[in-house]
Design a protein around this ligand. Structure first.
Ligand SMILES: N[C@@H](CCC(=O)N[C@@H](CS)C(=O)NCC(=O)O)C(=O)O
Length: 245
């Protein structure tokens, strides 16, 4: 079996896909793309969307973290990513969908907002993702960063501010899912990977990590993804950051 995962090292859903492949014990080739190149490169490779994670399984194209969890389950049912019990499976699927639709965009929007504005953050991103000459790339990539923030993500001051205001409530929901046993069990499921990687990326943002650190959500994120690289030095206006619980 020939499996290839197209990823970007700081992409949380791509990291989730890589960890699900490892959990399943499926060997794969990792193709790390430079941030900002994925829209064009993935379409050149024949994918219908320009987003990571994207995967080929013996040439078959599977794209998107939700599609990937299902494709992996079909490919290798054991160890499972979804419970066998229909009611439990429905709860995991709902949590996974919520994680993808609601929580996943938050760290992405915040990060893209910062990358579009802050040359030193673009340079740090270039360093962790292997951009040649990151200091030069940080200057040249500003229009691309602006495009991803504003046009692709709609990450304006207003949306980022509003996402940050909602964040404590969303983190409460993650803690509730853990308390209810939908995620956070001994064996991780697809929703664990989906949600934990978003929380893990939030923990890598120094101004936001205090909001997360003392929560069960943080313990889960560190257990699922202990290695994520160093902190990403984003700067956020202090008045946008809600108080930690
Ligand atoms: N929600 C989808 C999309 C993931 C997504 O937006 N990935 C980002 C990186 S974190 C990306 O490649 N974006 C490129 C674009 O939106 O054009 C998933 O879970 O697979």
């Amino acid at each position: 079996m020939d499996v290839k995962l197209y990823s970007i090292s700081v992409s949380h859903p791509a990291r989730a896909a890589g960890l699900m492949l490892r959990y399943k014990g499926i060997d794969f080739e990792l193709v790390d793309l430079l941030p900002g190149t994925q829209r064009a490169l993935l379409r050149l490779h024949g994918f219908r969307e320009g987003t990571v994670p994207a995967m080929t399984i013996d040439g078959r194209k599977v794209q998107g973290s939700l599609e990937i969890s299902r494709a992996l389950e079909e490919l290798k049912p054991d160890p499972p990513l979804f419970p066998a019990d229909p009611e439990q499976r429905a709860a995991v699927e709902e949590a996974e969908r919520w994680g993808e639709a609601v929580l996943q965009p938050v760290p992405r929007n915040v990060f893209r907002w910062g990358v579009a504005r802050d040359r030193s953050l673009r340079e740090a991103l270039g360093e962790v993702t292997g951009v040649p000459a990151p200091a030069v790339g940080a200057v040249l990539m500003q229009p691309v960063a602006w495009y991803y923030a504003r046009i692709v993500s709609g990450a304006t001051d207003e949306t980022v501010r509003s996402d940050l205001a909602s964040l404590p409530g969303w983190l409460d929901h993650v803690d509730e899912l853990i308390a209810a046993g939908v995620i956070g069990g001994e064996q991780p499921n697809a929703a664990d990977f989906q949600i934990a990687l978003s929380v893990r990326l939030l923990l890598a943002f120094p101004p936001l990590s205090p909001l997360v650190e003392s929560r069960p959500a943080a313990e889960l994120a560190m257990r699922i993804a202990p290695k994520f690289g160093g902190p990403l030095p984003i700067k956020l206006p202090a008045e946008w950051i809600p108080a930690a619980v």
